[in-house]
Design a protein around this ligand. Structure first.
Ligand SMILES: *[C@@H]1O[C@H](CO)[C@@H](O)[C@H](O)[C@H]1NC(C)=O
Ligand SMILES: *[C@@H]1O[C@H](CO)[C@@H](O)[C@H](O)[C@H]1NC(C)=O
Ligand SMILES: *[C@@H]1O[C@H](CO)[C@@H](O)[C@H](O)[C@H]1NC(C)=O
Ligand SMILES: *[C@@H]1O[C@H](CO)[C@@H](O)[C@H](O)[C@H]1NC(C)=O
Ligand SMILES: *[C@@H]1O[C@H](CO)[C@@H](O)[C@H](O)[C@H]1NC(C)=O
Ligand SMILES: *[C@@H]1O[C@H](CO)[C@@H](O)[C@H](O)[C@H]1NC(C)=O
Ligand SMILES: *[C@@H]1O[C@H](CO)[C@@H](O)[C@H](O)[C@H]1NC(C)=O
Length: 461
């Protein structure tokens, strides 16, 4: 404060007004935090709508490429337009219901899981005769003649924000006993998408303007004979009533760790969890994934498969520094291509992100307070199963806006955190680390505390 040459009465007046302003801020700050916590607790369950990615969807496009004597050949393209929600292994499963008595003669780049009853066909047998076929991607490394562009990735699809070039999956289907013109063709109905678990709701197929394709040399345009789109959106509420991740906090200015809320992810798995470093944790087969993807969790008081820790590490004059760590507590799952989304007002001024990739998300052009972190390819884009390798970490350097920056009222902690597109449960606002009353904070004195706190968090549940 440039107050050294001021008269003492003037200083007193400023002190008083400062006190009034700061108590006003404390009041509104806390109120704001409670209000935000309230809104964010209620909103995600309200609808299949994600306020941080309002247009996020998966669109499935069918392009009829040719008519055949008894039907058509279509290229089916699934595009993941979600900024930070990917489809992990074991990949997507797509289903629909035929409008009439259609069959699938052949499929390239994918397959149906069941053939169904094709007994009325003599000679040439269709690939699938079911009324509601269920389709999955082929695995990498299938013979060349079974491949289609963007196929054969085991159903794994990256998020649009992380890698647009890997956010597409496609296959070709040859349909028989179907309409053979755009007047007689009836669109398939009741689309369902698992990605890989539940959560997606698909709308009806809608005829859209035919896709125009550009030849590789970009000198000729061709056009699909007919195109329809199906849009699927995600709702976390359809997956489970409990969150799948939680957030814990610590800071250099207070040696209390604000841990994840107890039973943040529901404690229904508490009976068959495994104590870290117990005999069971080292048994063969602990890491074998189950067909239905049921987790095998390390015992914690929160019982979440994922914990995100946000540590306010240092306070420089013009910058401040946050350390972020993500810990996997599931022995049966490696997270490939993971994403972490955080909302904090200072993310409008990120100076440097160490050892993660970072991308600002600006769903509402005027507000720049959200960003996504993801692993660097071949370095830390794999979050390993629970155990000594099951964590990843990074530091973020943020430039201060002197008008808004404060260590008070939990301002330095994120407003919202998502892991892999699912919102994580934050601690209740009244448990956030509090700035000690002696306003002057000596960061050096605290830095040893800070480091110990951070490592305690990493290695004790
Ligand atoms: C799906 O996402 C794309 C890309 O963000 C967007 O252009 C389109 O409007 C979305 N569709 C729906 C139905 O929301
Ligand atoms: C149909 O889907 C494609 C993506 O596959 C998209 O580019 C196109 O805009 C969609 N059309 C409509 C009308 O939604
Ligand atoms: C069907 O194709 C005809 C031309 O063959 C075209 O004029 C018409 O718009 C198409 N209808 C639909 C629904 O695509
Ligand atoms: C398919 O959708 C219709 C409404 O569009 C619904 O009445 C019907 O029950 C659905 N069928 C199945 C098998 O889900
Ligand atoms: C995770 O990845 C490692 C290394 O690729 C592998 O050895 C391990 O079996 C995987 N664990 C699971 C649960 O898939
Ligand atoms: C948002 O903030 C980031 C830094 O965190 C900056 O690089 C980016 O240009 C900003 N975007 C907008 C639209 O203001
Ligand atoms: C640290 O934060 C905790 C939790 O909010 C609070 O109870 C405690 O008083 C704080 N410690 C100091 C030294 O202010």
């Amino acid at each position: 404060m440039p107050g050294s040459s001021m008269s003492s009465s003037k200083l007193q007046a400023m002190d008083l007004s400062g006190f009034i302003v700061s108590s006003f801020h404390r009041f509104t700050g806390l109120k704001l935090i409670f209000l935000l916590a309230f809104i964010f607790k209620v909103l995600p369950h309200a609808a299949a709508y994600d306020p941080l990615d309002p247009t996020g969807n998966i669109t499935i496009k069918w392009d009829v490429m040719s008519w055949t004597p008894d039907g058509y050949v279509a290229a089916v393209t699934m595009s993941n337009f979600q900024m930070y929600r990917n489809i992990m292994s074991p990949g997507w499963t797509l289903g629909w219901e035929w409008a009439k008595k259609e069959v699938i003669w052949t499929m390239v780049g994918a397959q149906t899981t069941e053939q169904g009853d094709c007994s009325k066909f003599k000679g040439n047998t269709p690939h699938c005769c079911k009324k509601n076929p269920t389709v999955v991607d082929l695995l990498p490394g299938v013979p060349y003649n079974q491949q289609f562009s963007n196929c054969c990735k085991g159903g794994v699809v990256a998020s649009w924000g992380q890698d647009p070039s890997s956010s597409v999956s496609a296959f070709q289907v040859s349909v028989g006993l179907a309409g053979t013109s755009n007047k007689t063709l009836k669109l398939p109905k009741n689309f369902t998408l698992l990605g890989p678990g539940p959560g997606y709701t698909c709308g009806p197929a809608k005829v859209v303007p035919s896709t125009v394709f550009l030849s590789p040399d970009r000198r000729r345009k061709t056009q699909a004979l007919m195109t329809w789109n199906v849009t699927c959106t995600y709702s976390q509420f359809l997956v489970s009533r409990n969150p799948t991740c939680c957030v814990s906090f610590s800071s250099f200015y207070n040696n209390t760790i604000t841990s994840c809320p107890s039973c943040a992810c529901g404690c229904q798995n508490k009976r068959n969890c495994i104590k870290p470093n117990s005999k069971q944790a080292h048994k063969a087969g602990v890491n074998t994934p189950k067909k239905d993807n049921t987790p095998l969790l390390q015992c914690t008081h929160h019982m979440c498969p994922i914990r995100v820790h946000w540590h306010v590490k240092l306070n420089y004059k013009d910058y401040w520094r946050v350390k972020i760590a993500v810990t996997n507590f599931n022995y049966r799952l490696n997270y490939t291509m993971w994403t972490l989304v955080a909302q904090h007002p200072n993310l409008n001024n990120v100076t440097q992100v160490f050892s993660f990739d970072y991308k600002p998300l600006v769903p509402y052009q005027s507000i720049n307070d959200t960003g996504m972190f993801y692993g660097m390819k071949f370095y830390n884009d794999l979050l390993m199963e629970a155990g000594p390798q099951g964590n990843i970490q990074s530091e973020v350097l943020l430039h201060k806006d002197q008008n808004t920056f404060t260590l008070k009222h939990g301002w330095a902690f994120p407003r919202k955190v998502y892991f892999n597109g699912d919102e994580c449960m934050l601690p209740p606002p009244d448990t956030y680390p509090i700035l000690p009353n002696s306003a002057y904070v000596n960061q050096r004195a605290f830095s040893t505390v800070a480091i110990t706190v951070f490592f305690m968090v990493l290695f004790i549940e």
